[in-house]
Design a protein around this ligand. Structure first.
Ligand code: SF4
Length: 316
């Protein structure tokens, strides 16, 4: 286990953005995290790289409690967990050349310096050494995101937190950047936490998928099990909202599979937080919040109805 969040919570005043999330990332694994905006997935990402402090809970990296470290020891560990943001333009300084931006990371972390390493990092992300002299505005969106990835790799991470890394890119270059991320993961033995609002985006490279709703994980399991037999109605609705490659099937789809809006996280519904939007909601759902339970091997969900149905099938 390389990275583990235990009972992680984050409050912003009355808004409880994250409400007790426990997740573990194995070495070499990609864990996809999916949910609508406001579900807490980006808050989780910021906590994992220690851009923010958790209100409660702990984060262990390679067996060491990151929340208890300070100063140089924290900086050294934190370097090993890097983040790639959605908007590469925002994370690059427009007045700094590509080479300057990468060299800055090497300098800050006191790692191998010189033009050779910068060229090597550019080559790893499919850019030419000559790109080092360019400014961000001289690059395409896809090239800028490649530079962001090279910048993250300059810190020699073992874990990358990818927060919607291709969502801001043209559809035509998304696949290229996704393929690059898969290649880098396999070649460098990296572990990924891949965050997206779009289930179809994470399924291609995730080993497991965690589905989040209103600050909690509501389903967690192997990617194919989560997609083929979603246990939680919210996951089922996200799956049904995925684009269908066949235009005829697309034309016959029922629209708006998820009715209603995400509730206000400052005043979440009683019981199961999904109950106001859930087509299967029963009386118990309005009163008692379901716990995340392993209902099938390595496949957990927080749903009263799913728990009952799985246990009925098992005892039949
Ligand atoms: Fe729907 Fe009830 Fe399951 Fe919540 S617990 S997802 S309301 S069926």
């Amino acid at each position: 286990m390389i990275l583990e969040a235990r009972d992680l919570a984050k409050d912003y005043g009355p808004v409880r953005a994250l409400r007790g999330v426990s997740l573990a990332l194995e070495r070499g694994e990609t864990l996809g995290i999916v949910g609508e905006s406001g579900c807490g997935k980006s808050t989780l990402a910021r906590l994992l790289v220690r851009l923010e402090e958790p209100t409660r809970g702990r984060i262990e990296f390679d067996g060491v409690d990151l929340t208890a470290l300070h100063g140089r020891r924290l900086r050294e560990r934190r370097r090993r967990i890097q983040m790639v943001f959605q908007d590469p333009y925002a994370s690059l300084d427009p007045r700094q050349t590509v080479g300057g931006a990468i060299a800055e990371v090497l300098r800050v972390h006191d790692l191998a310096r010189g033009a050779g390493r910068v060229a090597e990092l550019l080559g790893m992300v499919g850019l030419a050494a000559g790109h080092a002299d360019r400014y961000p505005h001289e690059l395409s969106g896809g090239q800028r995101q490649r530079v962001s990835v090279a910048r993250s790799l300059a810190a020699e991470p073992v874990v990358l937190i990818l927060d919607e890394p291709v969502s801001a890119l043209d559809v035509s270059v998304r696949a290229e950047v996704m393929n690059l991320l898969v290649r880098l993961r396999d070649e460098l033995g990296l572990s990924y936490v891949f965050i997206s609002h779009d289930l179809s985006m994470v399924r291609h490279l995730s080993d497991r998928i965690a589905v989040m709703y209103l600050g909690r994980v509501v389903e967690l399991g192997p990617w194919d099990a989560v997609l083929d037999v979603p246990l939680h109605p919210y996951t089922g609705a996200l799956r049904d909202a995925m684009p269908v490659p066949d235009p005829e099937l697309e034309a016959g789809r029922v629209d708006a599979p998820i009715r209603g809006e995400v509730p206000n996280p400052a005043a979440p519904p009683s019981g199961c937080p999904f109950h106001p939007r859930c087509p299967l909601a029963e009386e118990i759902c309005r009163e008692i919040r379901p716990e995340l339970l392993e209902l099938l091997p390595a496949h957990a969900a927080a749903c009263h109805v799913a728990a009952r149905e799985v246990s009925a099938v098992r005892s039949a």
